[in-house]
Ligand binder design. Structure first.
Ligand SMILES: Nc1ncnc2c1ncn2[C@@H]1O[C@H](COP(=O)(O)OP(=O)(O)OP(=O)(O)O)[C@@H](O)[C@H]1O
Length: 456
């Protein structure tokens, strides 16, 4: 049985917390002061400390901080959960910086206490040094289908994900756009105990702040002019499952505090009703912004940051894992070939070299689109570096208002060839249709095919 040491100078708190934890299956010890707490820790095997921040009459939290620091120095492996009052969030933040595993604000609910203790103990049990596992070994233990790659950085990240998925710890996923943050969020849910429950994805960047509460917490009919019927919020939809908060760095300050409340108290109010609802969700969030910088500029709340990232993982940019480009490229080629009904497509050596030499600012998403475009536009079965050059040069969104490639990047002949290739793919090699769509005779088309060395 795991044992929790509860430290508080209020005897009634010791009794009530002791009861809650006993009912949840934990052994408990109690201490009324930091001195008593250290004495117990030195004598007995304690698996977790749950401590208040204020003792005697002091309300500064200094005594609590000193105790936390002493525990972390003497027993670094023992997780510590702090109990703070709602108003002293900055204290909780300092505590997290000093190594606390989590913080609970007063007044707490029993579920909150038990969930926090359970998560911290589980995390402590998986906090063993990472080994260099191969992809095959990881696949035997976890379900990482849909996550292509075997770069050591990715494997290490998958190992962490595998271990923490089964806990209810909040996970913050960072990384540039297109590096696969959503793919990792899916993997966390799929490997968690909540896998058969809902996974609700919310793109916070696309929700105007005026609609934030109604979108996340729902509303009752008549709550505001457009509320013609009751509507469930995203948190309610995610109840007992996982909520994925994408683009968390795009949330404005006023919404951040509303989000903090629900994450902290695990309750929310539906807009237009005054009843609180309890919610049991695992929170996974993602951003391509640097939240630490945003905190320094006072654009992101530090207390929310610590709520979101009991665990944080950073996805490497594709240019930092070039070894994975061939694997990913073949994976996307297969997908595109299936979608566009192009059997037995392959990538030539020079195409792979070309792809590996790119910087891909748009990361894996850009690689995927690059392959897709080449499949659409190239008539041959084996994709060559040239096919990518052409496909890339006339991609939509090339920085030019008229959607034409930048001047100097393509000659008129290049464009002519690319357009012919595109039309051939579009009409599945039907020469009459190709000629017609390009506004030329079949004869004129054949002459150009010969000139450009295109075989149909
Ligand atoms: N490891 C991977 N294996 C296979 N496909 C991947 C992998 N990582 C990403 N992808 C694919 O790349 C595309 C972009 O991935 P995803 O949407 O997860 O990125 P993101 O980091 O969440 O992007 P954004 O920051 O723009 O939201 C998706 O089509 C996804 O399926």
């Amino acid at each position: 049985m795991q044992t929790v040491l509860i430290v508080d100078d209020d005897a009634s708190v010791l009794v009530s917390l002791g009861l809650v934890l006993k009912q949840a299956g934990y052994g408990t010890r109690t201490a009324k002061s930091p001195t008593d707490a250290m004495a117990v820790l030195k004598k007995e095997r304690i698996d977790l400390v749950l401590q208040d921040m204020n003792f005697s009459r002091q309300t500064t939290g200094n005594e609590g901080m000193a105790l936390l620091q002493e525990i972390k120095t003497t027993f670094p492996a023992i997780p510590v959960i702090l109990i703070t009052s709602w108003g002293s969030i900055s204290l909780a933040v300092s505590g997290m910086q000093a190594g606390a595993s989590d913080f609970i604000t007063k007044p707490w609910t029993n579920e909150q206490i038990v969930q926090s203790v359970r998560t911290a103990l589980k995390l402590a049990s998986v906090d063993v040094p990472l080994k260099a596992f191969s992809r095959e070994e990881l696949d035997k233990q976890y379900d990482f289908s849909g996550v292509v790659g075997r770069d050591p950085k990715l494997l290490q990240l998958l190992q962490i994900i595998g271990r923490v998925s089964a806990t209810d710890a909040s996970v913050l996923i960072t990384g540039e756009s297109g590096t696969g943050k959503e793919v990792i969020a899916d993997a966390i849910h799929r490997n968690s105990l909540r896998k058969n429950r809902p996974l609700v994805k919310v793109n916070l960047g696309s929700i105007p702040s005026t609609l934030f509460e109604s979108e996340l917490f729902g509303h009752v009919k008549g709550a505001f002019t457009d509320a013609r019927a009751d509507r469930k919020g995203r948190f309610e939809e995610a109840h007992t499952g996982t909520i994925f908060l994408d683009e968390i760095g795009d949330l404005d300050f006023s919404c951040q505090v509303k989000l903090l409340r629900v994450l902290q108290e695990r309750t929310f109010e539906v807009v237009g009703s005054n009843k609180s609802r309890n919610v049991d969700v695992r929170v996974v969030s993602a951003t391509n912004k640097n939240l630490m910088d945003m905190i320094a500029r006072e654009e992101f709340r530090e207390d929310l940051y610590y709520r979101l990232n009991l665990i944080s993982v950073h996805l490497p940019a594709l240019r930092e894992r070039r070894e994975d480009i061939p694997l990913l490229a073949r994976h996307f080629l297969q997908m595109a070939a299936k979608t566009y009904r192009r059997d037995n497509m392959e990538l030539s050596e020079n195409a792979l070299r070309w792809l590996q030499s790119r910087t891909f600012p748009g990361n894996i998403r850009e690689l995927k689109h690059t392959i897709e475009r080449a499949v659409i536009m190239s008539p041959g079965q084996v994709l060559q570096a040239d096919d990518f050059n052409l496909a890339n040069a006339i991609q939509p969104g090339t920085p030019s208002k008229d959607n034409l490639p930048e001047v100097g990047t393509m000659s008129l002949e290049d464009i002519e060839k690319a357009m012919i290739l595109k039309a051939i793919t579009h009409h599945a090699g039907n020469i009459s249709k190709v000629a017609e769509s390009l506004g030329m005779s079949r004869f004129a088309l054949y002459r150009r095919l010969e000139k450009f060395g295109i075989r149909v």
